[in-house]
Each structure stands twice: as structure tokens, then as C-alpha cells.
Design a protein around this ligand. Sequence first.
Ligand code: CMC
Length: 392
Amino acid sequence: TGQVALDIGFVNTAACTSAITYIDGDAGVLRYRGYPIDQLAGKASFVEVSYLLIHGELPTAAQLAEFDGKIRRHTLLHEDLKQFFKGFPRDAHPMPVLSSAVSALSTFYQDSLDPFDEAQVEMSTYRLLAKLPTIAAYAYKKSVGQPFLYPDNSLGLVENFLRMTFGLPAEPYEADPELVKALDMLFVLHADHEQNCSTSTVRLVGSSHANLFASVSAGINALFGPLHGGANQSVLEMLEAIQRDGGDIPTFVKRVKDKEPGVKLMGFGHRVYKNYDPRAAIVKSTADSVLDKLGGNSELLDLARQLEEVALTDDYFVQRKLYPNVDFYTGLIYRAMGFPTRMFTVLFALGRLPGWIAQWREMIEDPTTKIGRPRQVYTGPTVRDFVPLDQR
Ligand code: CMC
């Protein structure tokens, strides 16, 4: 009833208030709970930042130890849930495997589903933070036909994930500390980004009082799309395609500018940033050192750099304020770390999880929250009379 405003894609419409993440898109500013991203990246650990996002304050050493200890205690998956992975085709993309397994958590952990029971929400928070890396590693193991490794709870979250992903039962695996540090920092950079597509999905699903597992599972599916988290996979595929065409950047850029259907400069542009994405700036500066250390494909990195240079000086991109976003350089680092292209968006999901949880909890705790229910502007036929089948 009353007047309905049309805002396709929610370009101008805020659906909630939030005290978690601040973005100034014109200035290229990103802050978690007030802390600038460049002060957190490389200094605060991913688990520490998860605590900050969820609880609003940086933890003391004792609070961090307790939080980390609880996450470590919940890393195991129910043995029956492990069977679940066997049901998927071997060439299944790991993202739908991830969202399906997270959805299934609400069948295995029925004692932590009530959104209005604080202790249950705490429990589901720990379960998700602890189990998503295990699920992600098993989705990978399934795709390469290797046995699942049990988590080793003497290890931190990132080390444990790397071990479950790249380790083998008969061989000791020790993650390269540089690699652990870099991946931990990349997770920090992805940890929250206010009301993006997947986070809005988590809130919308949760606004019907669906449980946290169900809401996060929906968020993972939203993240899968190539315009959102799936962009990190698309960037690498785009770079490889340009490489196959002999590194012909001008021809590719022309196709983008001609708006050939389906041809975009992936990893460029953002709804909110009309300036350099501050996360991309940090990723770019680390890509160099990580690739140096891990011996990545420097040819693709060179190609990415040239592509960026061309785009940043070309009128098409300048006028539209299109800059590299977080997905532009991350894939090159993930590749150098040994992850197959299809795992890139899974890594984004691991990083974004604390943000989804923090936003869902903020939504549930806010007494002003209402069920999310957008309006529409109807454009179909006006009323008409039914014609029976034999008269049509
Ligand atoms: N390549 C070429 N042209 C582009 C691009 C691009 N990557 N992004 C936007 N444009 C053009 C677009 O065609 C439009 O041109 P015109 O004014 O002539 O119609 C103009 O720039 C404005 O773009 P828009 O589509 O109205 O912008 P949006 O806010 O709706 O979309 C976006 C934002 C991120 C979906 C889009 O920039 C895009 O598709 N980028 C490529 C995919 C990508 O990298 N996504 C990752 C986003 S960041 C991290 C994450 O969320 O995962």
C-alpha cells in the first residue's frame, strides 16, 4: 500500500542499520568496527578479526585464547556427514558442495538452531567457524580422489586447513609459514564488506528466522556467482584466455569496450568503490613477494599488471570509475599457493564467514528487524477473464 519506490539492484536503498563495517567508496576507505583495513591486514590474525567483527571489540589475549580454543574443539565433522561428499560427482564444483554441506549442518546439529537462544547461537557460531575449513578441504580432497584427513587441533585455523587440503595420511605436512601468513591476511581482507550480495542474502534469509546454518548456506550460493565471489575464478580464466591468444591485451580491451555479450574486465569495477579498492591495493603489493617466494606464474602476473595499466588510463574505464577490486590479483596468489582455480571462491567463502555470522547476529539481535520483503512495480496484464482450455 502507499507509494512504492523502484530501486533495481538496491543502488540507493539501505535495508538495515549496521555498526560492523564502514566503506567510503569515493575515498577508497574500508574499516572493520572502526579499524582501517590497512592497520588490521598483516597485524591482526584472521581469528582475531573474526572476534572483532562478531563481538565488536578487539579481544584481549585471554579472550582470544578462549575463542581460538573453542574453534579448535569443533573442527571435526560428524562421520556421517563425511559420507555425504561421496554422493557428489567427482568433477563437482566445490562451491555447491560447500553450500550443501553447510545446509546439512542443520540436520546434524539440531541443538544449536534456535536464533533467539544466545547459547545456541554461540554454539552454531563456533561450529561454523571451525567446520567450514574442514568442509572446504574435504570438497577439495573429493575432487582429487584423495583420502580425507582428520583435523589436527594443535594447529591454528589456517595451518589446519592447509594441512587437511594438501596433506596426505602417510606423509608429514608442514605448511610454509610464509604461505600461512599470506593466506591468513587474505582471509582478513575478505572478512566483511557490509551489505554485499551474499551478506544481504544471509540477512534476508535470516530475517524469516531461518537458522544460522541455513542462512550462511544461502550466502555461499550467492557468493558463487561470477559478478560476486566467483569473479576471482573468472579473472584467472580471463588471464589464461588472453595468454592463449598471445597476450593480445588491446584486442581484449576493445571487446570489453564494445560490450561484447559476456565480455567484461573481470576483477574490475564495484558498486561502492569509485576509487582503488583498498583491499586490491594490499593484495597487489603482496602478490609480488608471495609469487617471488612461492615461484608462481610471473607471466600471468605481468599480464595482469599490463591489463591494469591499460585500463587505468583508458577513457572507458576512467569515465566509469572502474578500478581493480579485491578479486583482480587474489587468484594469482591462490594459484601460486597450489590451489586449483575452482577452489578460489571457496577461499573467499572461508574469509567472508565471520562477516556473515556477525551480520546475521546483528540482524537477529536488533529489535527493529522485520522480515525482508521487497515490494515490486507490477507490469503484467490488467484483469482479464479466464478462457476454458477447449476454447483457446
Ligand atoms: N568491465 C567492463 N565494463 C564494466 C565493468 C567491467 N568489469 N564493470 C562495470 N562496467 C561498466 C558497465 O557496463 C556500465 O557501463 P554503462 O554506463 O556504459 O552502462 C558501467 O561500467 C557501470 O557499471 P554497472 O554494471 O552499472 O555497475 P554495478 O554497480 O551494477 O556492478 C559489478 C558492479 C562489480 C557487478 C561490475 O563492476 C562487474 O560486473 N565487475 C566484474 C565482476 C567482478 O569483478 N566482480 C567482483 C566484485 S568485488 C568483490 C566481490 O563482491 O566479489
